[in-house]
Write a protein that binds this ligand. Structure first.
Ligand SMILES: [Zn+2]
Length: 113
């Protein structure tokens, strides 16, 4: 999460735009997700993160939790307890490649959004 979070109405609109852009699927595992059931993930969080749509993507709860980002570790215990992730979740953690990160930062040339 970047430092500032947009107002709820704006956030919901961003969710709607990204959900449709990403074809209503988790960009990681390609599983279809419902509007109420997906997580809108900030590719870049913290200081350099923005709420621009190029920095946002649709993830299913499981892929979101399994992202190798310390900011996501807070969700792990709850997800384990509710069975969203298995006990061997550590083997399933994933990371973004450099291309994805540069794109999210708007450093891939023609990206304007
Ligand atoms: Zn997924």
């Amino acid at each position: 999460m970047p430092i500032t979070r947009p107002p709820k109405a704006v956030w919901n609109e961003l969710r709607w735009i990204c959900w449709n852009r990403d074809k209503r699927k988790c960009v990681r595992c390609k599983k279809r997700v419902l509007f109420d059931g997906f997580h809108l993930d900030h590719i870049i969080s913290g200081k350099y993160g923005t709420n621009k749509i190029r920095n946002l993507r649709v993830l299913c709860p499981r892929c979101h939790i399994l992202r190798a980002c310390f900011r996501h570790r807070g969700m792990t215990a709850k997800a384990l307890a509710s069975g969203i992730i298995p006990v061997n979740w550590r083997e399933m953690v994933w990371e973004d490649d450099q291309k994805t990160i540069l794109k999210a930062l708007g450093k891939m040339g023609s990206e304007t959004v």
